[in-house]
Design a protein around this ligand. Structure first.
Ligand SMILES: Cc1ncc(COP(=O)(O)O)c(C=O)c1O
Length: 391
């Protein structure tokens, strides 16, 4: 029997941005825009919402989420790209060298190519196994005396590969190389522990698994790196100075922040703590296992990256014999109303690593904690229908 196609969409594109958001997030946003002027450090508030207090609170919540002692080291940015750019462009210059993983998103890979072309910053890719997981004991092979930073995407936005950050962090500490993690696909749904993992920098967007809004980003900056600021301007404090106040976090927060984004994070982080990160991890592992086993049983389907749910997240890219990713993508969207993403996913390095560049990438589906089970089952049924003739 053919699958029944829903009138609305089935949302399997959480790797792009999370949907749905928790109800408390929608409520908090709607309430805030109605009753308060959205700025911080610059205004006076005569209502029950005080953005200054919320900003302080959200810094503390984020510090708790990733086990940081000093919340002043949590900096609000406008996206993960913004956080990553701040560190790369602020800290690296002529003669420096850095390390990256083979699975980086363009937020890192374009930035390092740009830095190489414009500033002569060199980079090498750390050795990895066939799943794209860095091999800690081989990192020393690519470290140089001028290696200033290693940057790794915690969870690949193509293959879902989860990097073994504890072991990598221990090795980078031994080698005295500062460690930056792009937590775009992990912050909010996967445990991150700055102290246990020896992390110097964590970058994350507010709109993915932190369940907040686009235009909000987060940066944890440890003591070892002191990047120059990317933006210089008003901070709302110490207006008598013609230079930036040197203290964190204002040194890196010139300009009116995305207050609505911060208010959304207060609500979404509250939801995440209430549910617990352990519950997020467990549900993601379950969804991942269900989708992988369904896809593996189908004829003509090849999955990109690891097939063991223990070392991957439910960011699942795949190809189907006889379809280009573009054709399959159009079919899933136009006929079956499945929101997903096809192509190279802003991560051509990862597709090159897994040998999918020549096909034009792959089709990616990415359920998350709030994805209803029925939507996952619908996808599995659709894929059975799509591949029926290949048997
Ligand atoms: C691994 C990874 N890094 C960085 C980014 C960039 O995030 P943003 O566009 O929110 O800056 C993404 C977004 O897809 C991502 O998946």
């Amino acid at each position: 029997m053919p699958v029944t196609i829903p009138e609305g969409q089935v949302y399997l594109d959480n790797a792009s941005t999370s949907f749905p958001k928790p109800e408390v997030v929608a409520d908090a946003i709607a309430k805030a825009v109605r009753i308060v002027g959205l700025t911080t450090g610059r205004g006076t508030y005569f209502c029950e919402i005080n953005p200054d207090d919320i900003t302080v609170k959200v810094r503390r919540m984020l510090a708790r989420l990733i086990n940081v002692d000093n919340p002043r080291r949590i900096i609000f940015t406008y996206s993960a790209t913004d956080s990553i750019n701040l560190v790369l462009f602020g800290a690296l210059g002529e003669g420096d060298h850095m390390l990256i993983s083979p699975l980086e998103h363009h937020a890192v890979s374009r930035a390092v190519h740009y830095l190489r072309e414009t500033r002569g910053v060199a980079f090498d890719v750390m050795p990895a196994d066939s799943d794209g997981r860095i091999i800690p004991e081989r990192i020393a092979e690519v470290v140089k005396p001028n290696t200033r930073l290693a940057c790794i995407s915690h969870i690949s936005n193509v293959a879902g590969t989860v990097q073994p950050l504890i072991d990598i962090g221990a090795e980078l500490k031994r080698l005295n190389v500062p460690f930056m993690v792009d937590a775009s696909q992990s912050a909010g749904c996967h445990a991150i522990d700055v102290q246990a993992m020896n992390l110097d920098v964590v970058a994350a967007p507010g709109h993915k698994s932190l369940l907040g809004l686009p235009g909000s980003g987060v940066l944890y900056l440890g003591e070892r790196l002191k990047p120059a600021p990317l933006r210089v301007g008003g901070t709302g404090v110490k207006s008598e100075l013609y230079h930036l106040p040197p203290e964190l976090p204002v040194y890196y927060e010139s300009g009116t922040p995305n207050v609505l984004g911060i208010i959304a994070l207060e609500a979404s982080l509250g939801f995440i703590f209430e549910q617990t990160i352990g519950a997020f991890e467990e549900r993601c592992r379950k969804l991942c296992g269900r989708m992988l086993s369904a896809l593996q049983e189908l004829p003509g389907v090849s999955i990109v990256g690891p097939t063991d749910p223990a070392i991957r997240a439910p960011v699942i890219s795949f190809n189907v014999e006889g379809f280009s990713p573009k054709e399959l993508s159009e079919l899933l969207a136009d006929k079956y109303h499945i929101a997903h993403r096809g192509g190279l996913h802003c991560a051509p390095m990862a597709h090159e690593f897994f040998g999918t560049t020549e096909y034009g990438g792959a089709v990616r589906v990415s359920p998350a904690f709030l994805t209803p089970d029925e939507e996952v089952e619908y996808f599995c049924d659709v894929m059975e229908e799509v591949t029926a003739d290949l048997a």
